[in-house]
Design a protein around this ligand. Structure first.
Ligand SMILES: Nc1ncnc2c1ncn2[C@@H]1O[C@H](COP(=O)(O)OP(=O)(O)OP(=O)(O)O)[C@@H](O)[C@H]1O
Length: 584
């Protein structure tokens, strides 16, 4: 679990009515129009339960009717279900059969409709939550994003997001089961109150027994989640560092670790299944116990036989609803950790600049100026850069030099508006960057770095990078970056499939694809952060010569190579003890 995420509360939230309230509160934050959806589905579900009760009681009456000796005669009252008592309703046999068949058919229809509605609503909830989580990852401040483990984020978006629709479905089923239990209970009370009282006593014992499992389920949910997270993290880092793993001969060690973690995951699920089987057994035993009590004491109970039979069958049919109620309550405990993770990510604050509109810019006419700018990363002991004062002139080339860790990348990140000064301000043609519309500003900029983040796709896809850029511009950019020469050597040229790691490409080739990507949008301002460090000197010089010919671009280059810095007109040097700047 990422150390910056909210941990699940350590102590159980308490009795299960509190856990229902807690899940409901969480869902209210996550699902719009929750009440309406739940109410409709619960009413439909309860109606289905009611029809089940009608079907059972009318079936018992029909069995009595069919078992009658001799020709059928007399009023229909004798054939009515027990809860009508001695009310004399003159219903004919076909009417009774009609009610029975009608209630069964209607129950089947409502059950099916409810299942379809539930499926549609649950999928919609999952879709929306996934979309919101993904959007959140894109809108939290970049610095905050860096605090998260990538594997945790993937887990939350792809797996834990389903806990929301599961919690919704569980609460609905819980409402339906509770409603059905109440209706069956009322039916039993009207037909045979002593049996209803026995059922009630059974209910209390049952709830008490269920409460004994709550804490264990809650812990199980949290440990299952931790086990899955650890497994995903190991898989993710193994894939990320496979070359190093192989180079150090660590395959057996990784395999061992994976098997141990995988066993942990399996064990938690097996434990969950075992506990599910135990609670189910408990519920079966208690139901059997109460039915046995009824049978053994039937002689002494002041209840008519038909009513006793109907009530006992109802009690028996109540059992799946009680079992469902149990497992839903326990699942609500189990899914607490996942819901907390989803909520923790969704409650992250958005990057306000990204979501608000500012002053649009169409071009850089004069200069980007740093006015006494300092920046400190959160939780860092010292500032990454302090009291910077310099100008970057439009249309000119500038080298940003200084020792490792002196803050060059931090400066580029501030120009890219990924991070903002903690002190001082940056102006663009006199206007504060903080008030400038971020997306219009980024239209003017492009960046390429030492490590190129390639994605699954062809060379063309990687240069285009999901932007609306013509193939002509892509080929032009590849020429500028001296990339065409090696791309055309590939079996499928620009259509060659690279995959996200592009292992068949050399470091310098990857950097040239990154450079072509940055150039393809024909940016007015180009930031290069050690973007040609893996190129041989000759190719590097050819790249810069080509870019110099394409005049008018503002170029800011971070490089440790003096030859590259010398090619630039201006130089900003970040040397300790105090960062100084000078304009060449
Ligand atoms: N996300 C971060 N959180 C905390 N500190 C950071 C973070 N990124 C960078 N730093 C710190 O800020 C300082 C400046 O880092 P920066 O990457 O800007 O230096 P640099 O000059 O680009 O280094 P290099 O030449 O090695 O790439 C360093 O001390 C670094 O450890």
């Amino acid at each position: 679990m990422n150390r910056f995420r909210k941990p699940a509360p350590a102590k159980p939230t308490g009795a299960y009515n509190l856990i229902i309230a807690a899940r409901f509160r969480e869902l209210r934050q996550l699902v719009p129009a929750l009440h309406l959806k739940m109410t409709v589905m619960i009413i439909l579900g309860i109606l289905t339960g009611f029809l089940e009760m009608v079907g059972i009681t009318f079936l018992v009456s029909l069995v009595f009717l069919l078992g009658q000796q001799g020709p059928v005669s007399g009023s229909g009252a004798a054939w009515l279900p027990a809860f009508f008592g001695s009310i004399d309703l003159s219903l004919s046999k076909p009417v009774l059969i009609g009610i029975l068949v009608g209630s069964i058919l209607l129950r089947i229809f409502l059950g099916c409709a409810n299942a379809l509605i539930a499926s549609a609503i649950n999928h919609r909830i999952s879709d929306r939550v996934r979309d919101r989580l993904y959007a959140k990852v894109l809108t939290i401040p970049f610095q905050r994003f860096q605090d998260y483990e990538r594997s945790d984020l993937i887990n939350v978006i792809a797996t834990e997001s389903y806990a929301v629709s599961s919690a919704h479905a569980n609460l609905v089923r819980l409402g339906v089961n509770f409603g059905t239990i109440v209706i069956f209970g009322i039916g039993m009370l009207v037909m045979a109150w002593p049996i209803a009282l026995l059922g009630l006593a059974f209910g209390f014992i049952h709830n008490f027994a269920l409460g004994l499992f709550a804490g264990a389920y809650r812990r199980l949910g949290a440990s299952a989640l931790a086990a899955v997270e650890a497994l995903t993290q190991l898989s993710w880092t193994t894939l990320q560092t496979l070359k190093a793993v192989k180079s150090f001969g660590l395959e057996p060690r990784h395999q061992q670790l994976f098997e141990a973690l995988s066993r942990d995951v399996g064990q938690t699920w097996r434990k969950s299944d075992r506990m599910g089987a135990m609670t189910s057994l408990l519920s079966e035993v208690l139901t059997f116990g109460v039915i046995l009590t009824i049978i053994l004491s039937s002689e002494f109970l002041p209840v008519d036989f038909k009513a006793a039979l109907s009530a006992t069958i109802l009690l028996y049919r109540l059992q799946p609803h009680i079992k469902g109620f149990d497992s839903q309550i326990l699942s609500l405990y189990e899914m607490e950790a996942s819901l907390q993770n989803v909520l923790a990510l969704l409650s992250e604050k958005d990057d306000t600049k990204q979501t608000s509109k500012g002053q649009p810019v169409t071009r850089l006419a004069d200069a980007i100026v740093f006015h006494d700018v300092s920046f400190a990363y959160e939780r860092a002991n010292a500032a990454a850069v302090s009291h910077l004062n310099f100008s970057i002139r439009a249309g000119e080339t500038t080298a940003l030099t200084g020792p490792s860790g002196s803050g060059k990348t931090t400066i580029l990140n501030m120009i890219l508006d990924l991070t903002r000064p903690t002190q001082g301000r940056i102006t663009v043609d006199g206007g504060d960057l903080a008030t400038i519309d971020r997306s219009s500003w980024l239209q003017l900029l492009s960046v390429s770095g030492q490590d190129v983040e390639l994605m699954e796709g062809t060379v063309l896809d990687n240069i285009r990078f999901r932007r609306d850029i013509s193939e002509d511009d892509i080929r032009w950019a590849a020429d500028m970056a001296c990339a065409t020469e090696f791309i055309e050597e590939l079996p499928y040229g620009f259509d060659e499939w690279l995959g996200d790691e592009a292992i068949r490409l050399s470091g310098g080739q990857r950097q040239r694809i990154g450079l072509a990507r940055a150039l393809a949008g024909r940016p007015q301002i180009l930031l290069l952060d050690e973007a040609t460090s893996a190129l041989d000197e000759d190719t590097e010089m050819r790249v810069f010569a080509a870019m110099k010919e394409d005049a008018g671009r503002t170029l800011i280059v971070v490089s440790h190579r003096p030859a590259v810095a010398r090619l630039m007109k201006n130089r900003i040097d970040l040397r300790p003890p105090s960062p100084t700047s000078r304009l060449g």
